[in-house]
Ligand binder design. Structure first.
Ligand code: SF4
Length: 530
């Protein structure tokens, strides 16, 4: 019984993967969580990285050496890794490189609902989209073979429901790892314009073969329906199960085209639509196939889906929305809003060190008439909610630092950025370099809880003790760099320190350190067990 994420991990292991890299991010985290404890016994490398871009680049280096590599990330992590992802489609991969990307429709733990299928299309690489855990295993294995066949990275696109639900998976035989064999085509790895033009052309020349593969892939298939069926259903990935579960109640058997392999097989789509029936496209994420089918020029063909309003444009598919789109009557139900439940917003754990820091922030700012507090992604984002109400932004990893600099450049004083230790190491270091180089009057508060708490207590890539030398190395002046403990009894002192640094006409950094209480609990449990 494997989670979808675990099925991807096992599929990679059985495909002979030599190395796997990731930055923790819901809902993809369990891929590396599965591989890391098994790495030593399996003779592979598997570890967390500073961010998705560094993870991707390490996987690329492994593939350049002729060995198979997996890199895993959540959908917004792919934005961070886009530079190596897109450019790695040009180089001549020596071995399979698979990027497992977990999208989060419904935004259970994300800032947006972006659909990674479009980014595979953008990079012009093949994409496999499993419908269930068995396919997550099988497709991951296949993705490595495909990557070596086409010399391209291959995406395996997952969604939250698949990543985080379990099903029986029947594994196949394990394949041995590739031997170390450095790619012997150095010019293919040097994307200077002269080479890059040739390699871009080569990528374009490969596309017909990739399209041909998608047209004949066993993951894409059409099942005819009854003559009197009022429309044809087109599904992709996990949407197949929503449709088959509900369509069993339909009076007629609907013609059904299912896709799990991209680029979209245009001939197959056209063949499925040849009988002239309207099309209903049920897909998780963007109306990607729906838009392709509808096109932009006027057409007599009716194409229904998320964009047409047959299904909601946002959020996850649900049995209820799919039923409605299929024309089935709603099941009797009690609307959630009819239940007299109190609101239960998420909260910081009792005793969380961030709560003391937010109290100090509020106290420090009380003496100013206006201010801005930019923040970032982690448990501390809950500082936006009562009772803390201490932060004003959370956009993307590391944005707090650059945004505080921008606010200071715009003329606002004081500008405070609040970021966690792991997020700072992920993407906060580089904007801080900008602030130091420009001498920007802003203060950065790094909340060092010693872990990546929100995704399940993964280790930060550098221990807290390395932050101070790192910050000094970036050029933060020692008299405006402070490392203090986050403790309720020291909240007033932290507020006074913050006030002083917010008045400083240059960049300053305060690292507030105290272990996450959940991490401390794990430590105590481990100590008890030994
Ligand atoms: S998991 Fe740790 S950092 Fe997150 S809210 Fe709880 S105590 Fe705070």
């Amino acid at each position: 019984m494997l989670l979808g994420d675990e099925a991807v991990a096992l599929g990679a292991l059985h495909a002979g993967v030599s190395a796997a890299y990731a930055y923790p991010g819901t809902p993809s985290t369990e891929i590396l969580e599965y591989l890391i404890p098994r790495a030593e016994a399996e003779g592979i490398t598997a570890h967390w990285c500073a961010n998705e871009k560094t993870a991707y680049e390490q996987a690329l280096g492994v593939a350049m050496m002729g060995r198979r590599a997996l890199v895993a990330m959540k959908h917004v992590g792919l934005n961070v890794a886009m530079d190596p992802f897109v450019n790695s489609a040009l180089v001549g991969l020596g071995a399979g490189l698979v990027v497992a990307v977990a999208d989060d429709p419904g935004m259970h733990s994300s800032q947006n609902e972006q659909d990674s299928r479009l980014l595979a299309d953008f990079a012009r690489v093949p994409c496999l989209e499993p419908a269930d855990q068995q396919q997550a295993y099988d497709m991951t294995r296949e993705a490595f073979d495909l990557s070596e066949r086409f010399g391209l990275p291959v995406m395996v696109r997952l969604v939250t429901r698949l990543c985080h639900s379990r099903a029986v998976v029947t594994p196949g035989p394990a394949r041995a790892q590739n031997p170390l064999a450095k790619t012997e085509a150095p010019q293919d790895w040097i994307l200077l314009p002269g080479n890059a033009r040739r390699l871009w052309r080569r990528l374009l020349d490969r596309l017909p073969e990739v399209r041909e593969w998608a047209e004949s892939s066993s993951h894409n298939g059409f099942t005819p329906g009854d003559e009197e069926a009022p429309f044809t259903v087109v599904t992709s990935g996990i949407a197949r199960h929503y449709v088959s579960a509900e369509a069993a109640e339909a009076k007629v058997r609907l013609p059904h085209l299912h896709l799990g392999a991209y680029p979209p097989p245009e001939e197959l789509l056209a063949a499925a639509a040849a009988d002239g029936r309207p099309l209903l496209v049920v897909e998780e994420g963007y109306p990607y196939l729906e838009r392709i089918l509808r096109g932009v020029l006027p057409s007599a063909r009716e194409v229904r889906g998320r964009e047409s309003g047959a299904l909601p444009l946002d959020g996850e598919l649900t049995p209820d929305t799919v039923r409605a789109a299929l024309g089935l009557p709603a099941r009797p139900h009690l609307a959630p809003s009819d239940l007299p439940l109190p609101g239960r917003p998420p909260q910081l754990c009792r005793g969380c060190p961030h709560a003391d820091s937010f109290e100090a922030v509020r106290e420090a700012l009380a003496g100013f008439s206006e201010w801005v507090v930019t923040s970032d992604i982690g448990c501390y984002t809950l500082g936006a909610l009562p009772p803390h109400s201490a932060i004003e932004s959370c956009v993307c990893m590391g944005a707090s630092v650059g945004m505080a600099k921008g606010a200071a450049d715009a003329g606002l004083r004081p500008a405070l950025a609040v970021i966690g230790d792991s997020t700072f190491l992920h993407s906060g270091v580089t904007p801080l370099m900008d602030a130091v180089a420009a001498g920007t009057p802003m203060t950065l508060l790094i909340l060092d809880n010693g872990t990546v708490a929100m995704t399940g207590l993964q280790p930060t890539v550098l221990p807290g003790s390395r932050l101070e030398p790192l910050l000094l190395g970036l050029g933060v002046e020692s008299e405006h760099l402070h490392v203090v403990e986050a403790a309720p009894r020291q909240s007033a002192e932290l507020a006074a320190l913050l006030r002083r640094e917010l008045d400083h006409p240059g960049p300053s950094v305060i690292v507030v350190a105290r272990e996450c209480v959940e991490l401390a609990k794990v430590g105590r449990r481990k100590a008890k067990a030994t």
